[in-house]
Unconditional design. Structure first.
Length: 364
């Protein structure tokens, strides 16, 4: 009896959250093949561009679930965080873990991306010091892929902070009341979020990103983990959600880059069912803990902050020699990952750089 009770507690306590860590860490690792594909996909600008290939184009088209997954998991993590924190402490932690890395990233990490973009797209020959002077003083051109000032990939951190701060009070109220949405315990009603997600997509965007849609995914992530029975349903019906996700993905590919409400609804259905599929299979198969997961839990956020600068720099130099085929793709992806991981291993051992990247001052 004691052994069974202990196993149950592990699964419903700390163990049940391992799949959230696994999914988040795998999502961060997906940054490297995804952003490398942005170098070679069709119909979209990027800091550096190689010869277009079909693999990269399809990969980018089918990655609609990527950023929503990170917001969804952040919402789930917030549920557990607010069980042990006040609203003030929650927000203050978000300041140190999100706003500090955002400021550090905008001032230090992002500018090299714009510098390489300026050299690649406009054949800029000036020094990096000269570039920095114009980068931080000229606000006339916000074209980030041609040298303009921008938060670049760190828009995610800014949005995450704004959403967390805006929703902390309602989340805390729901957590204290023990509220859980009953409709999320059944598979067909669980598809209903597609309707508000599509409606929210009609609201104004900021820099091509819709903060209202991402806030909805964040809140859905919070609601999903308010009761184990919701995740039990998602795990049990994961084959259904997988079938819908596959059909949705096929629909997205058929529609290509079309706009309009019907196309948006198809993408939202494909995205939401893909997220439910990942949660279901993740909870079923990714609940084990390991040293690798513990390592990645701390490394994930710094890797997110650092990765794109190394990817753009490696891409610039690789594309000067070869810009087509699998070789440049692999060189850029593997090279940027190795440099990001090596840099993390250096910065995680020193208090000031740990603080700058939101890790806290003391190594674990």
């Amino acid at each position: 009896m004691t052994t069974a009770a202990t196993a149950t507690t592990t699964r419903q306590g700390g163990g049940r959250r391992n799949y959230i860590d696994w999914l988040r860490n795998l999502g961060i690792l997906f940054l490297f093949p995804y952003h490398t594909a942005r170098v070679f996909n069709d119909g979209a600008s990027f800091y550096v561009k190689g010869e277009v290939n079909a693999f990269s184009t399809v990969l980018v088209q089918l990655s609609y679930w990527f950023m929503p997954l990170l917001f969804l998991l952040a919402g789930s993590a917030s549920f557990y965080a607010l069980k042990r924190r006040t609203a003030g402490r929650y927000v203050s932690e978000r300041v140190s873990r999100l706003l500090v890395p955002l400021l550090f990233g905008v001032l230090v990490v992002v500018p090299p991306q714009a510098y390489y973009a300026l050299r690649f797209h406009r054949d800029h020959q000036g020094s990096y010091a000269d570039f920095l002077w114009t980068y931080f003083t000229d606000f006339s051109d916000w074209s980030e892929y041609e040298g303009g000032i921008s938060p670049a990939h760190l828009w995610f951190i800014l949005f995450l902070f704004l959403i967390s701060a805006a929703l902390v009070r309602p989340m805390l109220a729901l957590a204290r009341r023990g509220y859980t949405p009953g409709w999320l315990r059944r598979p067909l009603p669980a598809l209903l979020p597609v309707v508000p997600l599509t409606a929210l997509s009609c609201l104004p965007e900021v820099g091509g990103k819709n903060i209202f849609v991402f806030a909805a995914y964040f809140m859905l992530g919070f609601l999903i983990v308010t009761d184990d029975s919701i995740m039990d349903m998602i795990e049990r019906w994961r084959p259904l959600f997988l079938a819908l996700a596959v059909c949705g993905g096929a629909g997205v590919l058929m529609l290509g880059g079309q706009d309009g409400l019907p196309a948006t609804a198809v993408r939202d259905l494909a995205c939401w069912t893909a997220l439910l599929t990942m949660l279901g299979y993740g909870r079923r198969h990714l609940n084990g803990g390991s040293k690798a997961v513990a390592y990645c839990n701390e490394a994930a956020f710094p890797l997110y902050v650092l990765h794109q600068t190394f990817l753009v720099a490696v891409g610039y130099h690789v594309l000067r020699h070869t810009d087509a085929g699998i070789t440049p793709y692999l060189l850029i992806m593997i090279g940027s990952f190795a440099l990001s991981l090596a840099t993390y291993e250096i910065v995680r051992r020193w208090g000031p750089t740990r603080f700058a990247l939101g890790l806290g001052r003391s190594p674990r």
